[in-house]
Design a protein around this ligand. Structure first.
Ligand code: SF4
Length: 164
C-alpha cells in the first residue's frame, strides 16, 4: 500500500476532524481563508521571509526549507501540536520514501517564541503509519464518518453542509 498519497493538508485535517478529511478528499472543497489562516500566513511571511525556500514535491507536500538544513513548519499556536508533529513526520517519511533519509524537522511557533525538533524515529514512523492506514480506510469509505458537533465546527467552512 502506498502511504505517500496524501497531501500535508489532509494529514492536518485527519487530526482536526475525520469528516473534514473525508469531505476534502472527495472533492468537496469549501475552504475559505479565515482571518486566522490569513494571520498565520502573515506571521509566516514576516518572521521568515528572508530565509525561507518553499519546495513543492509532487504537488503533495510543500516543504519550507531553511539554511539551517531543517524542514520547518510554522504554526500559530501549539494547541494541535500532535497534528503538527505528524504533519512534519509525514514530510520526513515522504522524503525517506524518495531516498532522502537524514533530514530533521522543526516546528516553529513564532508567536510563542518556541520551537520543537522532530525526528522520524522508528516509534514516530510506526505511529505515522497507523495514522496513514486509518486515513486510507476513512477515504475509501463511501460515506463520511459520523462525528459529533465540536467547538471547531463553528469556524469550519463545512459547517453549513454538516449542520446547516
Ligand atoms: S463542520 Fe465540524 S463536523 Fe463538519 S467537517 Fe467541519 S469540523 Fe468536521
Amino acid at each position: 500500500m502506498d502511504l505517500t498519497n496524501f497531501t500535508g493538508t489532509e494529514i492536518g485535517y485527519y487530526f482536526v476532524c475525520k469528516k473534514k478529511l473525508w469531505l476534502f478528499s472527495h472533492g468537496v472543497k469549501m475552504e475559505h481563508e479565515s482571518d486566522l489562516v490569513k494571520l498565520g500566513k502573515l506571521v509566516h511571511q514576516e518572521s521568515y521571509e528572508r530565509e525561507k525556500k518553499e519546495i513543492n514535491i509532487d504537488d503533495k507536500i510543500v516543504l519550507d526549507w531553511r539554511e539551517d538544513g531543517l524542514i520547518h513548519e510554522v504554526k500559530l499556536s501549539d494547541k494541535m501540536e500532535n497534528a503538527h508533529e505528524m504533519q512534519l513526520a509525514y514530510y520526513l517519511y515522504f522524503l525517506k520514501k524518495k531516498g532522502v533519509t537524514l533530514l530533521q524537522g522543526k516546528l516553529d511557533y513564532p508567536k510563542l517564541r518556541q520551537t520543537k525538533l522532530v525526528q522520524l524515529t522508528p516509534e514516530l514512523e510506526d505511529k505515522l503509519k497507523h495514522t496513514l492506514i486509518d486515513m486510507e480506510s476513512i477515504i475509501r469509505s463511501s460515506t463520511p464518518p459520523k462525528v459529533n458537533f465540536m467547538n471547531i465546527c463553528r469556524s469550519c467552512s463545512y459547517a453549513e453542509l454538516c449542520w446547516g
